[in-house]
Each structure stands twice: as structure tokens, then as C-alpha cells.
Design a protein around this ligand. Structure first.
Ligand SMILES: [Cu+2]
Length: 155
């Protein structure tokens, strides 16, 4: 028989485990919410991830990210060139003191290079995010369907 004490410990551990891979996460004064990734189409070996970062403390920088699902994670921004969206790599994303930064489709995003397998709706991607002051946190990015208004992009 399990004692009620060991059951309580089990649920506490379960909470810790689930919490550390959640699509939202807290890291000191930094809180992450609404993380998601986009599904990929056949032949596409790059994926994109989005999230919102809130900062309740001093200014920080989101400097890098890693995942075992791909060879590299880059920080990207998007800009219009004529009527074509163009993305380019940026070295970091500033998180202002008591401010926030949002990575959204059509704006800044995470670009997962060299995906080992396609991203399908229902899957999720674990990405470790690194901040210059606050350190590292692993966040779960559930895969969502591609919006029909995604538009045209070139690398
Ligand atoms: Cu990109």
C-alpha cells in the first residue's frame, strides 16, 4: 500500500517534472508564456518557434537557444523587402527592464535549423533558452498548424 505521504511526494515530483517542460516557464524575474512551434511541410528541414517573454526585473538579453530536435537554433527577425518577407539572423533579443519581448509569426522568431524529423501537429519540441543574466530554462513548444495566411518567405 502507498501511504498518503508518498502519494503527496509523487504528485509534487510530477508537478516539478511537468512544470520544467511546460510551454510556460519561470526563470527568476523572467517568465515565458504561450510557446508554440509551427508544423513543417514535406522537404522542409527548418522549423520556427514563438513565445512571449516577460521581465519583472533588470534588463536582460535572450542570447541563444538549443534543441536536440535540430542541429542549431537561430534567433531571427523579419523585414519587408519590396513585397517579400525576408528573415535575417540577429545576435540577441533585448528584454527591457520591467518589459517584454514577443516572438510572433511575421516578427522575431526562433529558427530551428537541420530538423531531424518533420514537426507534426500534436508533437512538441523542447528548446532550451539562454538569457545573459537569468540563465537557462527548457520550454516545451507544442506544434500548431500552419496558418493559411502565412505568406511568402525567403531565407
Ligand atoms: Cu527564420
Amino acid at each position: 500500500m502507498y501511504s498518503s505521504k508518498s502519494i503527496a511526494v509523487f504528485f509534487a515530483l510530477l508537478f516539478l517534472i511537468t512544470n520544467s517542460f511546460s510551454q510556460s516557464a519561470d526563470l527568476g524575474k523572467i517568465s515565458i508564456t504561450g510557446a508554440f512551434a509551427r508544423e513543417t511541410v514535406a522537404g522542409q528541414n527548418v522549423g520556427s518557434g514563438f513565445l512571449k517573454i516577460k521581465n519583472a526585473g533588470a534588463a536582460d538579453k535572450f542570447i541563444s537557444a538549443t534543441t536536440s530536435a535540430g542541429t542549431e537554433v537561430q534567433l531571427h527577425t523579419m523585414s519587408m523587402e519590396g513585397n517579400v518577407m525576408k528573415m535575417s539572423q540577429i545576435p540577441f533579443i533585448e528584454i527591457p527592464a520591467n518589459g517584454s519581448a514577443e516572438l510572433t509569426p511575421g516578427g522575431m522568431h526562433l529558427m530551428v535549423m537541420g530538423l531531424k524529423s518533420p514537426l507534426k501537429v500534436g508533437d512538441s519540441l523542447k528548446i532550451k533558452l539562454k538569457f545573459s543574466n537569468s540563465g537557462e530554462v527548457e520550454v516545451n513548444f507544442p506544434v500548431q498548424a500552419i496558418s493559411p495566411h502565412a505568406g511568402h518567405m525567403k531565407m
